[in-house]
Design a protein around this ligand. Structure first.
Ligand code: HMG
Ligand code: MG
Length: 295
């Protein structure tokens, strides 16, 4: 059966804005996050503490955290790759971080300047120290279905990397289809290969238009945490074929239709997408945003 309730893990301010050509002013980012919380989000991935030269779009993460008005009951996780990033996040008063691993050798090199094995030398001390400080640590594994350089990713390889992250103490593992090549049968097989859906989340990019179908497969397999981004913005600067994420509004339209609770106000989400699209200077790629903002 399907879950009664789903947690939508909003990645727009991070995955979305990391991939914008123009750098979005910090005050726009802060207002964006405020609007997301007002629309009912309980978890908003806020920014990244990565190397500022690698992702200049999010180089203002320290300043953004200073401006952030933290609402009670809302989590504001940030991406952290290494100990330098963790220190910056701790200095900013962060309570939850996300580390991000690769399921493939090539993407580990391109995204992290590390290998499939040596990425763990970077994450292990970060996770240990974050846990010592009482932080919650989420983990991503990217390229779970395929990689632009290596083709399809073997399921066992994804499970190996993912289990290792969970065993290090991460409370949740988000399965990242970075380039959107997954299809529902593959999603079901991957989730089943983990043995239990309990600590899994899904993170589908919509490059091939499969994100909603894959989400439905994940819900049927027992997953209750779904990553999505406002208006379907997003991508990865280190994988050219990565386009936008599953749009939050498309997800919420489907979940509303299924009678699954999210606590989100769709009208406010659409209004926020339209507001953001004006600031980004182009329309939202989300079909639901287009439909609902035209009437
Ligand atoms: P590196 O060059 O190997 O770093 O980069 P290093 O450890 O050799 O350090 C070199 C210098 O950088 C040092 O300075 C460090 O202090 C500094 P120096 O001593 O030479 O003066 N440095 C830093 N400064 C500030 N903040 C830091 C930091 N780290 C090092 N955190 C590194 C390795 C991981 C840092 C780099 O590769 C990086 O920043 N990568 C980030 C890539 C990224 O953000 N990608 C997008 C997010 S992942 C994604 O989108 C996928 C996801 O959505 C899921 C999916 O879709 O599948 C999550
Ligand atoms: Mg992503």
């Amino acid at each position: 059966g399907l879950p009664e309730r789903v947690t939508v893990y909003e990645v727009g301010p991070r995955d979305g804005l990391q991939n914008e050509k123009a750098i979005v002013p910090v005050e726009v980012k802060a207002e964006f996050i405020d609007r997301l919380a007002a629309a009912g989000h309980t978890v908003i991935e806020t920014t990244s503490f990565v190397h500022p030269a690698w992702v200049p779009q999010l180089a203002d993460s320290g300043e953004l955290l200073e401006r952030l008005v933290r609402e009670p009951g809302v989590r504001y996780p940030v991406l952290v790759p290494n100990e330098r990033g963790l220190q910056r996040a701790l200095d900013g008063g962060v309570e939850e971080i996300a580390v991000f691993a690769s399921a493939t050798e090539t993407f580990a090199g391109r995204n992290l300047n590390r290998g499939l094995e040596s990425q763990f030398e970077m994450f292990e001390p970060v996770i240990a120290r974050a846990l010592e400080h009482g932080l919650r640590v989420r983990a991503y594994v990217s390229m779970v279905f395929g990689d632009p350089w290596e083709g399809p990713t073997p399921i066992e390889q994804v499970v190996r990397v993912g289990r290792r992250l969970l065993d290090l103490g991460c409370f949740e593992l988000s399965l990242g289809d970075t380039i959107g090549v997954g299809t529902p049968g593959h999603a079901t097989a991957l989730i089943e290969a983990f043995g239990s859906p309990e600590r899994l989340a899904v993170h589908f990019h919509d490059t091939y238009g499969q994100a909603l179908a894959n989400t439905m497969a994940a819900l049927k397999a027992g997953v209750t945490v779904v990553d999505a981004s406002t208006g379907g913005i997003g991508g990865c600067p280190f994988a050219g074929s990565a386009t936008g994420n599953l749009a939050t509004e498309d997800l919420v339209w489907m979940l509303n239709g299924l009678g699954i609770e999210t606590g989100l106000n769709l009208d406010e989400l659409v209004a926020t997408s339209v507001w953001l699209a004006e600031r980004l200077g182009r329309p939202s790629p989300s079909r639901v945003v287009q439909a609902l903002s035209q009437k």
